[in-house]
Ligand binder design. Sequence first.
Ligand code: MG
Ligand code: ZN
Length: 453
Amino acid sequence: MLKKSKRLMVVASFFLVFALVFTAAAQAEVKNVILMVGDGLGIGQIDMARYMAGDKDHELEIMKMPNVGLMMTSSTEGVTDSAAAGTAMATGHKVYNGAVGMNKNGAELDSVLDFAEVRKKATGVISTNTVTDATPASFTASVKDRGMGAEIARQILNNDVEVVLGGGREDFMEEEAGEDLIAKAKEMGYQYVSDKEQLERVIPMNGKVLGLFNDSYMNYIQDRDEVGSKEPSLLEMTTKAIDVLSEDEDGFFLMAEGARIDHAAHAADVPGVVAETLDFDASVKYAVDWAKEHKDTMVVVVADHETLGFSVTEPVNKEALMNIKVSPEYMAGKLVETKAGNAYTVDSIQSVFKEYANIDLTEAEAREFNSNIVNKDDGSVYYQYKVGWQIGSVIAAKNNVGVVSADIRAKSDTGGHTLNSVPIFAFGPGSKNFNGVMQNTEFSDLLFDSMRP
Ligand SMILES: [Mg+2]
Ligand SMILES: [Zn+2]
């Protein structure tokens, strides 16, 4: 009896060792890497989205991923912007705010996407911002300032990035770039698409795709019906990108960004953060489900930094907030300027707040609002998106949202980014390495390591 059980134990441990060795070997090889970046997606934004979309105990899909870490986000200056943050994650080097894939001496820094190219993998970037904006650009370009959109567009094409989907058409047009980069892309073999239906029709095996769905950044999910948008969602772009990139037998690297989470967060816009985060979350779910079928695929979810210190306060007015159906930026477009052009009419301020946010502003409050949307130097009103920030802050204050105040945001060089560490969620082979607390540069090292043989 004893003897038999002993023999069983030996056999069992043999199989256990065999299973462990086999699993380790199977996990070593990462063929495909899908990196999902929620711009400004701190734990507060995640908790806000899950609470507003469900209840206090509701979980998002990203929270079901098995491996979790924490990432510190500083740039060389302190609180980071998205350029320095993207560069740290993409290249493993901390740089100054505004720099994209370049250090202060002007040296170009190779990104993990470049490394994937060297390893013959197909590569792609997706963003709901412009494809030339700081986050995707950190992976595809090297420039000293994030504002150099047309140069970034040129480098994207020259670097042979196979799938490029998002906003930013302007940067590819002759007026901005000095040459027609869309025509050039077509000559280089890209299929060019500009709306959701054309994207759906793209045939994966034809290889390279350039999809530019807006002149500037893509519309907020919240505003798409209002403006008659034909833009694809992040989920639709992610699905198509994986279809196309997975045709490459050497594997692929894809960076997909939910960029407007950050924009909504700057505006203290709770329903906006929720809608953008849910689109992001659905994209992550798609990627993880795909990775479950393709076991050599690693999915990593992270934020570049946190924006505006979001938290779910106990008196937050969930119902009022979730009844708001457009973004503050959209509301800003409905305000009427006074004849002098240095303020909005009190009437239009009151009616916009009433119509879109069900808030009754007093005349005094409307005048107070006007005092916060004027450039101090020339007396003109702010850009529409920045007027939106002020609208969003009034709505947030009226509904007890936990966010950095408009006063602190006005003093902030990054418009309200914070030093809050951000969560990392990971799935698939190699994903166990993304445990513990790490620097954004160490996070980058792990991405590079995952693609080493
Ligand atoms: Mg970004
Ligand atoms: Zn931001």
